[in-house]
Design a protein around this ligand. Structure first.
Ligand code: GUN
Ligand code: FE
Length: 428
């Protein structure tokens, strides 16, 4: 894939800020050396020589960012949703993840996952693998081939899981993590490692300490789960009596923001102190509304996080979320925020379409650097949606076309082109 200079022409939509969704009809989106030059109503003379890719009449939007997804759970998406988190993990998730000890099974399963991700509206994702070193490298190889930019974590868990999945000890978990990091050193351009303690109940203090050292030595980011479900939060209180609150259990081991760039999924039951720490440490929240509905987890107070200035992006959380569509996550974000406002707190106004779109692009994009906006200096991630079939009988404004395309999950059917870091993805 060679980085080219080019211009995309179409109906361009992006979010300059949380509240603002800009649409430019028949606009020109310029890519120079993989970097966005901006959106123009008329093409400037300096870009006239660039090849023009004419997508007139189609929607051009920043790539979707999935801040939280489990690759091995793709195989059982849309199944087993009648349980809450801890029982769901025991009944469905752990038995499935055990299968990734088998390299042939992993190859087949991860191929399907990578193929679906490649053809989705997602341009970047933060991904959980399993505890298995070999299968995790295979997943990274496959994701690298898609052209997407991802963080992928070999999961760490030495406690509270079935014997055939749980790592035998903190030392073995740490040894395998370092081995995995050595296996992949220098191997990828687009695929990066991330430290991945599954969640506090599956990590001993000894393991967290090992991960602290590995993280520091390799200067890696961190992903995990936080305050997702009431029984889980109660379990953490019992297992980590010294921690002031759930997130403090990570923070004691340098796995909660500050110099460790960190994303925590869910954050439904954060105490005031936890919210304060998330903010002070610059931790990203991955809001996963589809998953939170399926596992009856609850609704995260996203309005409150945004008012506080916390960094928020969206996650699909496949397989607790049943599909990899970030478009779906946008719709669900708005819908659950309305229920939260109506049923739980009149102080938390529902999120607007513009706000939810911002979270799916610029909000999550910040985890990857200058990503998620069509502004000068941002990496060029773009998705072209051919929404002609959805346009209906009436002439409708671009913003309404975008809203409709997202609510109807047009990413499954109508993606015409996709670019990541200036490179065009070879869609099926
Ligand atoms: N907490 C620990 N593991 C998981 C998982 O696989 N999915 C979700 N939703 N929450 C978790
Ligand atoms: Fe998850």
């Amino acid at each position: 894939m060679v980085k080219q200079n080019f211009v995309l022409k179409g109906d361009i939509c992006y979010s300059p800020s949380l509240k603002e969704l800009k649409c430019v009809k028949n606009g020109y989106l310029v890519c120079k050396d993989g970097i966005c030059e901006g959106v123009f109503e008329k093409l400037l003379p300096e870009y006239i020589e660039f090849p023009l890719i004419d997508c007139s009449g189609m929607l051009v939007v920043p790539g979707m960012i999935d801040l939280h997804i489990h690759a091995p759970q793709f195989t059982f998406r849309g199944m087993g949703m009648d349980l809450e988190l801890l029982d769901w993990l025991k009944t469905y998730t752990f038995p499935e993840e055990t299968k990734y000890a088998d390299v042939d099974y992993s190859r087949m399963a991860y191929r399907e996952f990578a193929h679906t991700m490649k053809n989705s509206a997602t341009t970047r994702a933060v991904v959980f693998a399993t505890v298995h070193r070999e299968a995790t490298v295979m997943l990274m190889d496959l994701l690298e081939e898609t052209g997407l930019i991802t963080y992928v974590g070999k999961v760490n868990m030495d406690s509270d899981a079935p014997d055939d999945l749980r790592e035998e000890s903190a030392e073995i978990s740490a040894f395998d993590t370092v081995g995995w990091l050595e296996d992949i050193e220098g191997r990828y351009v687009r695929t990066k490692p991330i430290i991945t303690p599954r969640f506090l109940p599956s990590c001993s203090e000894k393991l967290l300490n090992e991960l602290k050292e590995i993280r520091e030595k390799y200067d890696l980011p961190v992903q995990s789960h936080l305050s997702e479900n009431p029984d889980e939060v109660a379990l953490v209180k019992k297992l980590f009596p010294k921690a002031a609150f759930y997130g403090d259990g990570y923070d004691r081991y340098g796995l909660f923001g500050k110099e460790a760039k960190t994303v925590m999924a869910h954050c439904v039951y954060c105490t005031d102190d936890e919210v304060e720490r998330i903010y002070n440490n610059g931790v990203f929240v991955a809001h996963c509304p589809t998953s939170n509905m399926n596992l009856s987890s609850g609704i995260a107070p996203i309005r409150r996080f945004l008012e506080k200035g916390i960094k928020v992006g969206l996650g699909t959380d496949v397989g607790a979320g049943e599909c990899e569509s970030v478009f779906r996550a946008i719709g669900d974000t708005i819908q659950v925020s309305k229920l939260y406002w109506r049923m739980a707190s009149k102080d938390c106004a529902p999120l607007s379409f513009a706000e939810a779109f911002y979270l799916a692009t610029a909000g999550g994009g910040e985890f990857f650097g200058k990503v998620g906006k069509f502004e000068k200096g941002f990496e060029f991630d773009a998705v072209v949606v051919d929404d002609y079939e959805l346009s209906g009988l009436n002439e409708i404004p671009i913003i309404s076309r975008l809203e409709r395309a997202i609510y109807l999950e047009a990413d499954n059917k109508y993606i015409y082109k996709k670019y990541v870091g200036g490179n065009e993805i070879d869609l099926d």
